[in-house]
Design a binder for this molecule. Structure first.
Ligand SMILES: Nc1nc2c(ncn2[C@@H]2O[C@H](COP(=O)(O)OP(=O)(O)O)[C@@H](O)[C@H]2O)c(=O)[nH]1
Ligand SMILES: [Mg+2]
Length: 474
């Protein structure tokens, strides 16, 4: 083992969030987190690598089970402070490999093996301090290792004040760190703290922090490109079908729209999966019950607010496209002033009828020049649906993509709840500056045109949309 790699043994009472801390710090969803207490039965070392180089190592452990009895055993063998480390060694030697004190040996052995390893002591700050923890901290002190105490928060209560004065007696640094809620900045702050523990680690961890920040920026940039690629594809997508005119199926149009919806859903899902993987999330659940193409509720304007924009914000854009042509589109409330109540009511009504007939896209039949343009050289009978003709619908897709991206960016890797996609405080389309929204709307219009003439969007447009999407107020 390379002694230069900053290593931390993550310890604490069983079921206090040790594995969660490891998962979140490593940005790794594959760390086993307890559904039942005792999931972690053996210690496991996890290396955090950047560009193939190990920058720090975390050793997840089962946690203390019988600290008081273990301490008692050690105390009987250490009359004075200079004998304590030896007593810990003797303890591990005596019980290692056996069934008694299995978990204690699992967590103490890595501390003894690597003479530079630090301690990360995790407690649950939502539960009050209890004296039973004292033996654990005392044993850790006997190892003489530098340590950070982390106040995790499993429940909603705040009992941190009962812990702090105790933790400060045993650990040189005490920090709040909510394993399931910590975002990127919290993680970076903690890594910087680690650097303070050991002089030889500080430069190594400072480099790791720089590299992490750089990787984060790159990931953010790449993620908006993925979002932009998806949107341009979705905005310009045309569903087509060919049929025999002598047996024109009755449900031809319905089927066409159903296929169109399915495809848009697939595009969104594929894009989301790609972005999730990009941030190191594998197979996460999403809280997304309010979006169901099959049930058709995307096409029900009652549900639009669930997608992030209020009906007002959406219809303002819809009305702007029809009424105030060329005017600056402002999705935020108040951008275009409709007389409250009366005008809004009629706009909602108009948009409702529009959407109620599934006119998210338009139908094209062989009588339309456009179809001939879309499918040059094709003969026979075809029908198409798309691209999106309703600007509000285009903005819904954009808003959903932003909500997903931002929920993901702030998600801790230990988090096991479904990804929340309806949080009000999430960044949304309405948070984009209005000139940026106007710019995006131009790209959206280009997409609609491109879709109608069977063209694909250029790399330049992808980059332009991606950069507009990062132009957030927050
Ligand atoms: N809400 C919440 N739950 C947490 C947090 N940390 C841990 N948990 C939950 O507490 C349980 C134990 O977590 P785990 O990380 O496996 O603890 P360990 O036994 O100390 O490794 C799991 O069900 C976690 O989902 C936290 O910060 N917030
Ligand atoms: Mg664990």
């Amino acid at each position: 083992m390379n002694a230069q790699v900053p290593s931390f043994v993550v310890v604490g009472h069983v079921n206090k969030g040790k594995s969660s801390v490891v998962a979140t710090l490593l940005e790794e969803t594959s760390i086993p987190i307890d559904l039942v207490p005792g999931t972690t039965s053996e210690s496991a070392a996890y290396d955090f690598k950047l560009d193939g180089r190990v920058v720090f190592r975390l050793i997840d452990t089962p946690g203390f089970q019988e600290a008081a009895a273990a301490l008692q055993w050690m105390q009987a063998r250490a009359e004075h402070a200079d004998q304590r480390l030896d007593a810990v060694r003797a303890f591990v030697k005596e019980f290692h490999g056996g069934t008694r004190f299995h978990d204690e040996c699992q967590l103490l052995a890595p501390l003894l093996e690597d003479s530079s390893a630090g301690v990360l002591y995790v407690v649950d700050g939502s539960r009050p301090y209890r004296a039973t923890h004292e033996a654990e901290m005392e044993i850790l002190r006997w190892t003489g290792r530098p340590g950070v105490a982390l106040l995790n928060r499993i429940g909603d209560d705040d009992c941190a004040d009962s812990w702090r004065p105790v933790l400060q007696q045993f650990f040189s640094v005490v920090r709040d760190f909510n394993a399931h809620e910590a975002d990127f900045d919290d993680r970076i702050r903690l890594l910087r703290t680690f650097g303070e523990l050991h002089e030889t680690w500080s430069s190594e961890l400072a480099r790791a922090v720089d590299a992490l920040v750089e990787r984060r920026q790159q990931r953010d940039q790449d993620a908006t490109i993925l979002v932009a690629e998806y949107l341009l594809e979705a905005w310009s997508y045309v569903e087509q079908t060919s049929f025999d005119p002598s047996h024109e199926p009755k449900s031809l149009d319905e089927d066409l729209v159903a296929e169109y919806r399915k495809h848009l859903r697939r595009l969104e899902d594929r894009s989301r999966l790609g972005i999730e993987r990009h941030y190191g999330f594998d197979r996460i659940e999403r809280e997304d019950t309010d979006f169901d193409f099959e049930a058709g509720d995307l096409f029900d304007q009652k549900n639009w607010k669930l997608f992030g924009l209020t009906t007002n914000q959406l219809t303002v854009r819809a009305a702007a496209a029809g009424g105030a042509a060329g005017g600056v589109i402002d999705l935020a409330v108040g951008g275009l002033s409709f007389g409250a109540g009366v005008a809004l009511g009629s706009v909602v009504g108009a948009a409702g009828a529009w959407l109620g007939s599934n006119r998210v896209g338009k139908h094209w039949t062989p009588q339309h020049d456009r179809l001939a343009k879309l499918f040059p050289g094709e003969h026979g009978h075809m029908r198409c649906f798309g691209p999106i003709s309703n600007p509000a619908f285009g903005w819904i897709l954009l808003d959903r993509a932003l909500v997903h991206l931002n929920a993901l960016r702030h998600r801790a890797h230990a988090q096991q709840q479904a990804l929340p996609l309806s949080q009000a405080n999430n960044t949304r389309a309405k948070d984009l500056p209005s000139d940026t929204r106007a710019q995006i709307d131009e790209i959206f219009k280009d997409c609609q045109k491109a879709g109608q003439s069977g063209e694909t969007m250029s790399e330049q447009q992808v980059v332009a949309l991606a950069s507009a999407l990062t132009d957030r107020k927050s």
